[in-house]
Write a new protein. Structure first.
Length: 198
């Protein structure tokens, strides 16, 4: 943490799935604004600052580009159509690897896990993704211990979730990890969300 502030980044990129971004943002942002007992900063970042067009046309704003973003304790990497190019984007994969080396917890939603796998970060780990992409994840890295049917999988410094809405469950789990079970439950109640199992 930077001082006593937990810094959370939510990645934006062209073709990101809207709910992969907005679901975790709502959970983490509500926690930061209303529940957290110590400071939490939630920000957006992208390959460039400014408006990013998501998979279904929603425009969202990246606060920072990758080079000017502050040090992150946690990164949420969404999935979506845009991951098709990111799995081959060597600078992006190298950036993820460097974040991991620096100790940032990496959390992916849906097909975001394919990008983590392409970066070599899921080798020999337990992970999940959208149910329709489990085979593709296995093709990228056959050493991944696939956990089909789980909403999210916590493998210490890398957390992956299943398709789209599972990112909300994962984010509540992350609130519990960083803020404790009571803060996670207060956040869940605050957004009036009924959770699914891990």
């Amino acid at each position: 943490m930077n001082g006593d502030t937990l810094t959370v980044g939510v990645l934006l990129f062209e073709g990101a799935e809207e709910l992969d971004v907005a679901g975790p943002w709502e959970v983490l942002g509500f926690w930061a604004a209303h529940i957290a007992s110590s400071p939490v900063r939630v920000l957006t970042l992208g390959h460039r600052a400014g408006v990013v067009r998501c998979a279904k046309g929603l425009g969202l704003v990246a606060d920072h580009d990758l080079t000017t973003a502050p040090a992150l304790d946690l990164l949420v990497h969404p999935g979506g159509d845009g991951t098709r190019s990111l799995v081959k984007d060597e600078p992006h994969l190298a950036w993820l690897s460097e974040l991991h080396r620096q100790g940032t917890v990496l959390a992916s939603v849906c097909t975001g896990s394919l990008v983590l796998a392409a970066a070599g970060l899921l080798a020999g780990r337990s992970a999940t993704t959208h149910r329709d992409y489990l085979d593709k994840l296995a093709r990228i890295d056959s050493s991944v211990d696939l956990r089909a049917g789980q909403r999210y999988v916590d493998d210490v410094d890398i957390v992956t979730s299943a398709g789209v809405s599972a990112g909300i469950d994962m984010a509540l789990h992350l609130v519990g990890r960083f803020g404790g079970a009571e803060e996670s439950e207060l956040t869940r109640n605050g957004i009036q969300y009924e959770p699914h199992g891990g």
